[in-house]
Write a protein that binds this ligand. Structure first.
Ligand SMILES: *Cc1c(COP(=O)(O)O)cnc(C)c1O
Length: 360
């Protein structure tokens, strides 16, 4: 079976060797006579999977003991609410950088629980860049400052980690594990696994333990960081298979790729191939401002919607799938998450170049 190159923003490609390992272990995990999908999540065998997953994540990202790792459900969307419910609880105010659609969703969900303040925004310019944060606008006493590190829909990302007196909260759904990240600079990080870490159904939260103390009593148990941490992410049945898949992806990152520095190098090379082509192209042009370009999601247009659509449908015939931009913005978007091989990116570039010759 020829495998397609899937450029979707999520769910996205998985490394072939991860799928093969999952296939080999589908009917029987180890010598336990059953599939991971059938195991009791309280069994000794399963505990070693979830604990191993956390250990590998900690090792790859260098997460220190001041931080808890939680394996939750409900996607990043649930974190948009869980975060203010648990942490916007001291002064009931938090600052938000509006750098895109998801950043704004985090902001509007938080408004339901307290005073959410937009301190910077690139919305008037169609979210085409990461807005500058004017430090004098930040409330040093805010419960947290929220950013969306990589804006999946607009293809922009932060160049550095912003400085702030308030704890930094970040949606890292579409960039976690794509490169090293100094987790100690953040109060809390969260990401759905289906972009760069595994399959849908699992949300990873990395949170400074001292912040968990803020969780007020009386929250619904499932939505309390304190309850989830107290139960070691086993308050109810965790997304057991998704956690197993993530542990395979972490193993792949560690043993086949060689860690996050090596992954970053590969991701930089992949993005460079496309941006270099885009900067020369006479048909396609990139939509993100140069200083804000994302390594993970590369957005571009021809300026003619019907040509954009034709390009996506012709690309599909070549096994280059899911290139249409988000329904809100249209255009073309190539998501180059970790599992997208360099060959997929060169195949896309070569097809773009061929298409360009026929359309100018
Ligand atoms: C995909 C995405 C979301 C939404 O994630 P769900 O897991 O579907 O809730 C939120 N934020 C960012 C940055 C995303 O890329």
């Amino acid at each position: 079976m020829p495998r397609v190159y899937n450029f979707s923003a999520g769910p996205s490609m998985l490394p072939l060797s991860v799928l093969e390992k999952a296939r080999d272990e589908l009917l029987e995990y180890g010598t336990f006579g059953q599939s991971v999908m059938e195991m009791s999540h309280r069994s000794k065998e399963y505990l070693s999977i979830i604990e191993g997953c956390e250990e590998k994540l900690r090792a790859l990202l260098g997460i220190n003991e001041d931080y808890a790792v939680l394996f939750l459900q409900g996607g990043a969307w649930t974190q948009f609410a869980m975060l203010p419910m648990n942490l916007m609880t001291v002064r009931k105010t938090a600052d938000f950088v509006l750098s895109g659609y998801w950043a704004k969703k985090a902001y509007t969900e938080a408004e339901k629980f307290g005073s959410a303040n937009a301190v910077a925004s690139s919305e008037p310019d169609s979210f085409s860049y990461i807005p500058e944060i004017d430090e004098s606008k930040l409330d040093p006493e805010a419960d947290y400052l929220h950013i969306c590190f990589n804006n999946t829909i607009y293809g922009t990302e932060f160049r550095g980690i912003p400085e702030s007196a308030a704890p930094l909260a970040a949606d890292v759904s579409s960039m976690l594990l794509s490169r090293p990240l100094d987790t100690a600079k953040f109060g809390i990080l969260y990401a759905g696994a289906q972009k760069n870490m595994g399959i849908a159904g699992l949300t990873v939260v990395i949170i400074r333990k001292s912040l968990i103390e803020r969780s007020p009593e009386g929250l619904p148990s499932m939505l309390s960081y304190k309850v989830q941490h107290g139960a070691a992410s086993m308050f109810n049945t965790p997304p057991a298979y998704a956690i197993y898949m993530m542990s395979l992806v972490l193993e792949w990152l560690e043993s086949e790729i060689g860690g996050l520095e090596a992954m970053h190098e590969i991701n930089r090379e992949k993005a460079r191939i496309l941006y270099d082509y885009l900067d020369e192209s006479r048909l396609f042009y990139p939509t993100a401002r140069k200083d804000s370009r994302s390594l993970m999601n590369i957005c571009f247009v021809t300026g003619d919607k019907s040509v954009d659509m034709l390009f996506c449908s012709e690309a599909k015939k070549r096994g280059l799938l899911n290139l249409a931009g988000h329904r809100l913005v249209g255009g073309v978007r190539a998501s180059l998450y970790n599992a997208m091989p360099i060959e997929g990116v060169t195949a896309l570039r070569d097809f773009m170049s061929e298409f360009e010759k026929g359309h100018i």
